[in-house]
Design a protein around this ligand. Structure first.
Ligand SMILES: *Cc1c(COP(=O)(O)O)cnc(C)c1O
Length: 384
């Protein structure tokens, strides 16, 4: 390994978590969100494994390059681009690679139809987003019938209709979520009725459930679910999400001790001199910094695991390195750790665990962001 800082991704854990998602949505298709490089875990490897095990019927991405990366890697499952396309050339690329676009209104429907025409494709599949309360993308529920009818008129195959649930991750959001689902299912029913009375098949894929909704056991009347974070082993809300299944965090983020030195009482460590040794101390340097996604908010607050023990970060996290307080250094005592020892940033060592939720709390964010921020230069190694 040319760089000691790396992440080990346990593909068996991801398979276990996706299997758990399937068990929470029996009889339904499953779209696994692999956007943002599978929440930092590596979209190609994650998708290959889930495809090989037959665990994912669909993959969900945020951007067209993400979808093209999966196609280039040989992924043949349907891929839904969860956000709408903005440019003609983007739509042309999407259709050329059999990626399913999301449409949100007449304009995006017309653009998709035009792109399908340019490609000489009939009945190209699209999914319609309906906005029932997220206020991000999608048509108003009252517009759904007209836009769905337009899809048929323009020769597109309206294969899916979906909505998104912003507070499905906490029981406090149950009323809002149930009201959303009611509005959504009413719009879907109106679309289906219109289609059937026009002699068409109903839209086959109706989907709303992210991880929060799946874990919350919502009876949502859908035919597909769309989990993301739970596939990677985290509950969407660290404290409030129901935990009907046991998830296994899949990523372990590690590095190695690069230096150990004795720092005299009164000396300071790092930029800004924000940490002062209260007594003669052992201090380790580790080759990981904020450029790797180890947030500078860990300065003087975070911790790492070495030799199964927890040690605090001393001073400011630098771009590429950080220092660790190993405790007092009496003249005749060796340092408790050595150069080359494994350091866990996120994961388990011995009986100690640092979770993405713990790092997220320190950064005033959520596990999703911690995982997505693990840097590009951190090599991912795969197990399982
Ligand atoms: C990211 C995303 C999901 C997955 O959400 P999780 O909270 O990670 O389960 C589902 N649907 C849409 C539209 C998304 O953008």
């Amino acid at each position: 390994m040319l760089y000691a800082t790396h992440a080990v991704v346990d593909l068996d854990a991801i398979a276990h978590n996706v299997q758990a998602a399937r068990e929470l949505s029996p009889g339904k298709q499953l779209l696994v969100a692999v956007k943002a490089d599978a929440y930092g875990h590596g979209a190609v490897e994650v998708s290959r494994r889930l495809a090989a095990d037959g665990l994912a019927d669909w993959f969900g991405v945020a951007t067209t390059p993400e979808a093209l990366e999966l196609r280039a890697a040989g992924i043949t499952q349907p891929i839904l681009k969860l956000s709408q396309c903005l440019a003609e050339d983007e739509l042309d690329a999407v259709i050329a690679s059999e990626i399913t676009p999301t449409v949100v209104d007449s304009l995006t429907m017309a653009a998709a139809a035009a792109a399908a025409d340019r490609a000489g494709r009939q009945h190209y599949p699209v999914h319609l987003a309906v906005d029932t309360g997220m206020r991000r993308i999608g048509c108003e529920p009252e517009e759904a019938v007209d836009i769905a009818t337009e899809a048929a008129e323009r020769g597109l195959d309206l294969q899916g209709i979906f909505t998104h649930l912003p507070v499905s991750d906490t029981p406090r959001g149950a009323d809002f979520t149930q009201a959303q689902l009611k509005r959504f299912l009413a719009a879907v029913e109106a679309v289906q009725r219109t289609r059937v009375s026009a002699g068409m098949q109903p839209v086959p894929l109706v989907h709303a459930a992210n991880s929060g909704a799946l874990l919350g056991h919502l009876k949502d009347g859908c035919t597909m679910a769309r989990p993301g974070i739970m596939a990677y082993g985290y509950y969407p809300d660290a404290n409030e999400s129901p935990r009907p299944v046991k998830l296994q965090p899949a990523i372990t983020w590690q590095t190695k001790v690069s230096t150990v030195k004795r720092v005299a009482a009164g000396e300071t460590v790092g930029y800004g001199r924000t940490w002062t040794a209260r007594f003669d101390s052992w201090v380790a340097t580790i080759p990981i910094g904020y450029a790797d996604g180890f947030s500078r908010l860990n300065s003087n607050r975070g911790r790492v695991l070495i030799g199964g023990r927890s040690y605090p970060i001393a001073g400011r996290v630098c771009m590429d390195q950080s220092m660790v307080d190993l405790g007092p250094a009496t003249p005749d005592h060796a340092a408790p750790v050595s150069v080359g020892d494994d350091v866990v940033i996120l994961g388990t060592q011995g009986d100690q665990t640092i979770s993405a939720d713990e790092l997220a709390e320190l950064m005033a964010t959520i596990s999703y962001e911690v995982l997505c921020l693990i840097g590009k230069r951190v090599e991912r190694l795969y197990r399982g």
